[in-house]
Design a protein around this ligand. Structure first.
Ligand code: AMP
Length: 298
């Protein structure tokens, strides 16, 4: 595995790489969720049409200061670099790019990318500027790595939707692949922030996913009863809020049921509209997010 802290060696590597180059951007503190994305990237990099030649898998580790608000956990964000390096080696990553902020941002940088629709609600409402930071750094990383394909986790559903929109609207020549959320055995979505939870919060945090599962079941039953008619979202949403409110120590940041592409809040569940429940819950200063599709699988 090649490692690079500077842009120059990445550009040189890219010039020699076979297609497809598949990219997994991360902020480090890597866990099995990231490992699953890397394994997906490896499968995507195996280009059967090029006579057995394999493309390359690139991982970046960059704790992007521009996507943290002034009161957020930038300094507390875990940075276990030696362990991250070992995970990338073990998973067969070809190139690990781990720049310092000074390599990424000019001191007088004055250009940023704003997505002005999908980024406004949900996490964007409680984290102003967050998605500007995400869009700006992801587009910069795309310019540096020039991947054919990039893999993002569905755990950060709004981020995935915003990036798909950015790539569409700026005509960035990269294919975006979403990968399903990887979970602990008890259902808690894997996250670098889980290690910051108190033992008590860690014990009850799986109830977030349980609440989402119950909501998906309720939505499915309601839709089955309604047939081709529509089902009101308000009852389903009320039950989800209630289930989250009773988790000891949990404070709800948001709970919404939205169209999973446009992220607009839905009033009705109807056949043909892909609905998704998205939640953010705080345990003290640790903010956890999760989401689940409410689209009937029948
Ligand atoms: P992060 O390091 O938290 O910025 O995440 C880097 C990438 O890993 C993003 O595309 C995330 O959506 C994805 N990711 C994080 N946690 C999970 C998970 N539990 N399952 C799947 N993907 C994840």
């Amino acid at each position: 595995m090649k490692t690079a802290a500077l842009i120059g060696p990445v550009t040189a590597w890219r010039r020699r790489a076979h297609s497809p180059v598949v990219f997994v951007p991360t902020m480090g503190a890597l866990h099995e969720g990231h490992a699953a994305l890397i394994r997906r990237a490896k499968r995507l990099a195996t280009n059967k049409s090029s006579g057995g030649k394999r493309g390359g898998v690139v991982v970046s580790i960059f704790v992007n200061p521009k996507q943290f608000g002034p009161k957020e956990d930038l300094s507390k964000y875990p940075r276990p670099f030696a362990e991250d390096l070992a995970l990338c080696k073990r998973e067969g990553v070809d190139l690990l790019f781990h720049p310092a902020p000074a390599e990424m941002y000019s001191t007088d940088a004055s250009v940023a990318i704003t997505e002005s629709s999908l980024a406004l609600g949900l996490c964007g409402a409680s984290r102003p500027g967050h998605f500007d930071g995400v869009c700006t750094v992801v587009s910069m990383l795309f310019n540096i790595v020039r991947p054919d394909i990039a893999v993002f986790g569905e755990k950060d559903w709004q981020q995935l939707a915003v990036i798909r929109r950015m790539v569409r609207d700026l005509r960035i020549p990269v294919k975006i692949v979403g990968h399903p959320t990887e979970r602990e055995e008890d259902g808690l979505a894997l996250s670098s922030r889980n290690r910051l939870l108190s033992p008590e919060a860690r014990r009850v945090a799986p109830r977030i996913y349980q609440a989402l599962l119950a909501t998906a079941m309720e939505a499915e039953e309601a839709q089955a009863e309604a047939g081709t008619a529509t089902t009101s979202v308000s009852k389903v949403l009320k039950r989800l809020k209630q289930d989250l409110t009773v988790i000891p120590g949990a404070e709800i940041d948001y709970v919404e049921i939205v169209d999973e592409v446009t992220l607009t809040p839905l009033k009705k569940l109807s056949p043909g509209v892909n609905a998704r429940a998205l939640v953010a819950v705080r345990f003290d200063s640790v903010r956890l997010i999760d989401n689940l599709s409410l689209t009937s699988r029948r």
